[in-house]
Design a protein around this ligand. Structure first.
Ligand code: ADP
Ligand code: MG
Length: 396
């Protein structure tokens, strides 16, 4: 009797959960204010002359010479007067000058890449963010679309999904059929060269709204909403990156159908590998169904499987890596993202490896992570440029 009484008095009421939710939200906003102080917006890194030279693919002497010519931004000396610093925006101007041959050719349209995998925690959002940042550092103009109601990508931009995002700044107006273009949902961000369509938990309603629109109107194409919605801006951006939720939801299907390419981050462990098998099965069933029943054609320019969060201390990962390569073959990118303290420590500050100007820990640890992400961006850029070439070949 006594035990029963104790347990019933210890039961957790919904009101306790409400209170706890309130405390958690307050904690997040406190952490955020502390991290972003004194301003409440996130700051992008500055670039040294050496970093700028490396982004432009030239040597430091050339940068100094060019500063003398005065036709590109000259940067500013830091407070101590000891080194020249370039803002992100200035750096991108330089990069666009020196990498002009790598930029989107006239007549080509944005290449849309969805980052997806069924599973949570495989580094989809981190990958989406480093692609957006890394490709913009290569001179491209990027639109990042957060299609996950959890809004993690939005958070990485220093924006709190549930307090700082209105429905109009998300894909919700498209989902509800209030608009046919994503344009009015786009905002600029702290990162020059990357715009954002944010997400918030209100997007969960998309999972009810899309099927109910389909029920009311059998000609409504529930999978085509995002694809049609971004049509209007495909000429305004070089690359569109969509971060997706960890499920095959209606929104995820929209993201995949809107995409020209998929990037699938996959840590080499047995459970993640098994769940990726499920992912392909479900997606292929669904896509074949759509293709058959709706008579649509759907192709992807490229699909890259990215070995992510690779733990070099884990011996089992060698075995799983061999399964992954045997299964996905050519689709596996020839680079691995190590499991790194850099990502976890900077993500504690709502950022990525590209947000760090000067890393406090070991330089070797930082370089290993940074080099891996740079390599991914290099490889993805090659695929993107191939897409542009083939678009032009097709006379699009
Ligand atoms: P998803 O979007 O697939 O759920 P996230 O990108 O949110 O995955 O990553 C999940 C967690 O793993 C985050 O805390 C993130 O900081 C961390 N993480 C991502 N990539 C790495 C990495 N290479 N090394 C260590 N931690 C990582
Ligand atoms: Mg995520």
């Amino acid at each position: 009797m006594i035990i029963q009484k104790m347990t019933s008095s210890q039961k957790i009421q919904i009101s306790d959960i409400v209170e706890q939710a309130e405390r958690a939200a307050q904690m997040v906003s406190q952490i955020r204010l502390r991290l972003l102080a004194p301003d409440t917006i996130k700051k992008p890194p500055d670039f040294s002359l050496t970093q700028l030279a490396s982004l432009c693919g030239i040597d430091k002497g050339q940068v100094s010479y060019r500063i003398g010519k005065g036709d590109l931004p000259t940067g500013n000396m830091n407070d101590k007067g000891s080194r020249r610093e370039f803002s992100l925006q200035e750096a991108r101007t330089w990069v666009q000058h020196y990498r002009a041959a790598n930029l989107r050719p006239k007549g080509a349209r944005a290449v849309t890449i969805a980052v997806g995998n069924f599973k949570g925690g495989v580094s989809k959002t981190t990958t989406a963010m480093v692609l957006a940042q890394g490709l913009s550092l290569r001179g491209h103009k990027v639109l990042a679309i957060d299609a996950d109601p959890q809004g993690s990508l939005t958070t990485l931009f220093g924006i709190m999904p549930d307090t700082e995002v209105t429905e109009d700044q998300t894909i919700a107006p498209l989902v509800y059929g209030e608009t046919t273009t994503i344009r009015s949902s786009i905002q600029s961000t702290y990162w020059s060269g990357v715009d954002l369509v944010a997400a918030s938990s209100s997007l969960f309603s998309a999972e009810f709204v899309l099927p109910s629109r389909q029920l009311k109107d059998s000609s409504f194409q529930f999978w085509n909403v995002l694809n049609l919605g971004i049509e209007d801006v495909r000429d305004d951006y070089d690359i569109i990156i969509i971060d997706t939720p960890p499920s095959l939801s209606y929104v995820t299907i929209n993201a995949f159908m809107a995409a020209d390419a998929l990037i699938v981050p996959l840590p080499p462990n047995a459970l993640d590998f098994a769940s990726s098998a499920q992912f392909w099965r479900l997606f292929s069933d669904l896509a074949s169904n759509l293709v058959e029943n709706a008579g649509i054609t759907k192709t992807f320019d490229f699909i890259h499987v990215l070995l992510a969060r690779v733990d070099s201390a884990d011996v089992a990962s060698d075995v799983v890596r061999s399964w992954i390569i045997a299964t996905y073959g050519e689709k596996v990118l020839p680079v691995e993202i190590p499991k790194t303290a850099v990502t976890s420590s900077s993500s504690a500050e709502f950022g990525t490896v590209y947000d760090i100007s000067r890393y406090d820990g070991s330089m070797k640890t930082y370089s290993r992570a940074r080099d891996a992400y740079d390599r991914v961006n290099d490889l993805v850029e090659v695929s993107i440029r191939n897409s542009w070439t083939s678009q032009l070949g097709e006379g699009v």
